[in-house]
Design a protein around this ligand. Structure first.
Ligand SMILES: Nc1ncnc2c1ncn2[C@@H]1O[C@H](COP(=O)(O)OP(=O)(O)OP(=O)(O)O)[C@@H](O)[C@H]1O
Length: 352
């Protein structure tokens, strides 16, 4: 198997004795759209600065496109594209002028540059825009920034929080643009937005307090965690069923909707369903025991069973499980600031 497009090994960075990255191992496979997810201050920008050679690691190694970053040459640098967290533009230029300027820095030949500028303006939804950059919306600027990062047709595109300053429409436009890159170039992008990762990434690494909590293809991550959740959909006797499930030794938690929407935990007054099917989610500690126990409880109560299956989890639920585990000491150690990972934002929150 070929070497990953980007690989970090035990990557550590300290600023004046404070460790901001702690033994970070990442492997970004060629062709993937890789989400580097973490709250503010987790160390995402620091990682990108190390990967692009803008800062040096305290220890550990970084390999980009098969080369050690410490000794990487101009030829490999020309195969990277980078959009910093706060991109700077010349406001008096138009988008084509700016892209021509950026392409000129790579020494692109006139014909190639003209063709590439046209293609990228199109891809970024900026074709025909004659306004100067100073009059662009933030979303337009970010799309132009991505187009600029693509001017050299990079094999690896590094984007630092490309959507964080955008409204939902601007975010959608940028995510759509990233989506079009799938299969053409490897994309590594940092974000604190779970919804963005879920929307376009195939693989995710979750960073918290400078440590990687997990790294996996999103589908694998979901199935790994969904095996511990079961959905039981029933008609009638919901409170009794919730209580019986909750009293079972293999049940860690039971959640059922309230009579009028909203989720409540077991014992908090889940209403009866009045004949409508109600989906109860049970987090189990022993899947085999739960598979035997749940049908038995349902049958004993004489409840109508509509559905019994492994839960489909969202990335947000996996994330909450993972971070909860880290909080309880089962995962990476936590910093003194406690639960700052909770500030990672979900799509729902940002659209509220
Ligand atoms: N040059 C520096 N000197 C000292 N501390 C720094 C420096 N750069 C970053 N840090 C610290 O390192 C930690 C990680 O910062 P970093 O900017 O990498 O996080 P981030 O995940 O990108 O956050 P954000 O989403 O807010 O950009 C923070 O505590 C920050 O204060």
């Amino acid at each position: 198997m070929s070497e990953p497009a980007l690989q970090t090994s035990a990557l550590t960075k300290e600023y004046k004795g404070t460790r901001v990255l702690d033994a970070v191992d990442l492997a970004v496979e060629h062709g993937s759209v890789f989400g580097f997810l973490g709250p503010n201050g987790a160390g995402k920008t620091t990682t990108l600065r190390l990967v692009t050679g803008l800062a040096r690691p305290t220890s550990g190694a970084i390999r980009v496109l098969g080369h050690d970053v410490a000794s990487v040459g101009a030829a490999t640098r020309a195969e990277l594209g980078f959009l910093p967290d706060v991109p700077a533009f010349y406001d008096w230029m138009t988008a084509p002028e700016y892209l021509r300027f950026a392409g000129g820095l790579f020494g692109l030949e006139h014909r190639v540059l003209t063709q590439r500028v046209g293609m990228l303006l199109d891809q970024a939804g900026l074709a025909g825009v004659t306004t100067r950059i100073g009059g662009f919306s933030r979303g337009m600027k970010q799309r132009l920034g991505i187009a600029q990062a693509l001017i050299n047709a990079p094999r690896l595109l590094l984007l630092d929080e490309p959507t964080s300053a955008l409204d939902p429409i601007g975010r959608k436009e940028v995510l759509d643009l990233i989506e079009t890159l799938r299969g053409r170039t490897t994309v590594f992008f940092s974000t604190h937005l779970l919804g963005d990762v879920e929307r376009v990434c195939d693989t995710v690494a979750i960073l918290d307090h400078g440590r990687v909590l997990t790294q996996a293809p999103i589908t694998e991550l979901k199935s790994r965690y969904s095996s511990s959740k079961v959905v039981v959909e029933v008609t009638g006797r919901v409170p009794e069923l919730v209580a019986a499930l909750d009293a079972s030794p293999w049940a860690a938690s039971v959640e059922a909707p309230r009579a009028r929407g909203g989720i409540v935990a077991a014992g908090a007054g889940a209403g009866d369903s009045g004949g409508e099917p109600v989906a109860i989610t049970v987090t189990v500690t022993d899947v085999a025991e739960a598979r035997l126990g749940i049908p038995r409880i349902v049958a004993d109560l004489g409840v109508g069973l509509v559905r019994f299956e492994a839960a489909e989890l969202t990335l947000e639920e996996v994330f909450v499980d993972l971070v909860g585990e880290a909080d309880r000491g089962g995962g990476a150690s936590r910093g003194a600031e406690g639960d700052s990972i909770g500030v990672v934002t979900t799509e729902r929150e940002t659209q509220r």
